[in-house]
Design a protein around this ligand. Structure first.
Ligand code: URP
Ligand code: ZN
Ligand code: ZN
Length: 492
């Protein structure tokens, strides 16, 4: 068999396990896997001494989002360049209707942001923000190739907040159409009450950004997750909790899955590597995001949830604001544009803190960053795994070489990083998207605008109960992979 490109001699991570060998690529697809593929006439990518991983799917991203009086600073150019450096080859953004917009208009608007700018492939979740107007438009969006919908339980001031009626009604439709509802779960009424109580000049002066975690105790997320789970249980509609940040949330999801509720949970990498001590820093306001990072015990519980299966996906919730935008708070923590940069550091953080520190095996990490998100979002088997017939989307990383996070040297438009000065392994030496090299020797070389929109026909784990769904997702073998093991295998 003739190939256009052969990735040679790496530790190739596939759904069936890892092997040291080659990936043969023809056109945009993986054409063969083997130990000694014939590379005659093909371009060779030397992967010896490296891991060859499936390209990462970051399924929770906000690029160029107008939000809280600012527009998020990473757009489809900088955002996808940043992602590519971190081995991301697919992203899913959120198409949010502006005032008066239909769902269709929101999607058209997001297409305009992405087309001609994206370096790799993308699609959108469609946000249902005004139930009465939008409910009859959902079917049409499914027909246009959009199978994931989103509702926010907060953000009334943005005009985005959905109530229980909307969630219940949308979940009924998700069940009917074989599609999935994503929910931002925070309990708006009690949250608003707590914000109002703490929103005094004296308290803002005394506590500054520390008021952010003070107004969002864990029960704010837990109650909302519980309620959304209740509506999923009542309707049978597939539910996906985005950016879960609390241990209580993980407990609720585990219990719901055990009794067969079709609910899936995502956490974000910041909830795995940061805790709320960041708000004590002088620049603590920079770290403001919704929900905020929580306590070390939550961090520990979320890692455990990834290992045991109730947490299925790790994403970033990238919503970048630079220092000037964050400075809009002027001491009032309710005015900080909420969100963090993330696409560039997802894989490096998950690999360094997860795999190298023994919290996840390499296979488990690939399940949470690639295979599970692809399956859940209706993009598998085209995306999410190294297997014959799939798109040739690969992230090639050195097992041990670390790079220091220096914001000025990164592709993101953020002029700061939550991980400034951290030494991280797992930046992509080479990223391949649909057979094309887009990152080489850690530098972006791909052509902006080559990224394609990905149509879908389903989402969630149709026809299975929560417990079964969790089992259908990849967890990977349970043996921890450490540097010693890599050295013994001759690849570190
Ligand atoms: O703080 C965040 N997460 N900003 C983006 C909007 C959202 O809630 O995901
Ligand atoms: Zn959110
Ligand atoms: Zn978000």
């Amino acid at each position: 068999m003739r190939f256009d490109r052969v990735v040679k001699g790496g530790n190739v991570v596939t759904p069936a396990g890892a092997f040291v060998g080659d990936v043969g690529i023809t056109g945009e697809k993986i054409a063969a896997l083997g130990t000694d593929l014939d590379a005659t006439g093909a371009q060779v990518v030397d992967a010896r001494g490296h891991h060859v991983l499936p390209g990462v799917l970051d399924v929770h991203v906000h690029l160029a989002l107008p939000f809280m009086g600012a527009v998020s600073a990473d757009d489809y150019v900088s955002g996808t360049r940043a992602g590519a450096r971190g081995g991301v080859t697919t992203l899913i953004d959120f198409a949010i209707p502006y005032k008066g917009d239909s769902l269709s208009a929101a999607v058209d608007n997001w297409h305009k942001k992405a087309e001609g700018n994206a370096l790799f492939d993308y699609t959108f979740h469609v946000c249902v923000t005004r139930w009465n107007e939008h409910k009859d438009q959902i079917r049409g969006m499914v027909d246009r190739g959009f199978t994931t919908f989103k509702e926010f339980m907060i953000y009334a001031s943005e005009g985005w907040q959905a109530d229980d009626r909307a969630m219940y009604g949308t979940l009924e439709k998700m069940r009917e159409y074989g599609t999935m509802l994503l929910v931002h779960a925070e309990s708006a009424r009690v949250l608003d009450e707590l914000i109002e109580r703490h929103h005094t000049p004296e308290m803002m002066k005394k506590y500054g950004a520390r008021l952010h975690p003070m107004t969002r105790p864990n029960f704010i997320e837990a109650e909302a997750i519980q309620r959304a789970v209740q509506w999923s249980e009542a309707t049978g509609g597939q539910l996906y909790i985005v950016h879960m940040s609390t241990g209580e949330g993980a407990d609720i999801i585990k219990a719901a899955q055990a009794r067969g509720v079709p609910v899936i949970a995502e956490t974000c990498v910041q909830y795995l590597v940061l805790d709320d001590s960041v708000f004590d820093r002088e620049d603590g306001h920079l770290f403001a995001c919704c929900p905020q990072v929580k306590k070390p015990k939550d961090v520990e519980r979320l890692w455990k949830g990834l290992k045991s299966g109730e947490v299925s996906v790790v994403s970033t919730d990238t919503c970048t604001f630079n220092c000037e935008q964050k400075a809009m708070w002027k001491g009032d923590w309710t005015k900080i544009p909420m969100g963090l940069p993330g696409l560039e550091t997802l894989l490096p953080l998950a690999y360094t803190r997860g795999v190298l520190e023994g919290r996840l095996t390499l296979d488990e990490m690939c399940a949470k960053l690639s295979t599970n998100p692809a399956k859940i979002m209706g993009l598998y088997p085209r995306k999410g795994a190294i297997q014959v017939g799939a798109d040739a989307d690969l992230a090639i990383i050195h097992p041990a070489t670390k790079h220091t996070v220096v914001p000025s040297q990164m592709e993101t438009n953020a002029d700061w990083s939550p991980y400034d000065g951290w030494d991280l392994a797992g930046f992509a030496r080479t990223t391949i998207s649909r057979g094309e090299v887009i990152v080489s020797d850690y530098k972006v070389v791909g052509r902006q605008g080559r990224g394609q929109w990905l149509p879908r026909t389903f989402a969630g784990l149709e026809g299975t109960t929560g417990e079964m769904s969790a089992m259908r997702l990849s967890r990977g073998p349970l043996s921890p992979l450490r540097l010693e093991d890599l050295k013994a295998a001759g690849i570190a």
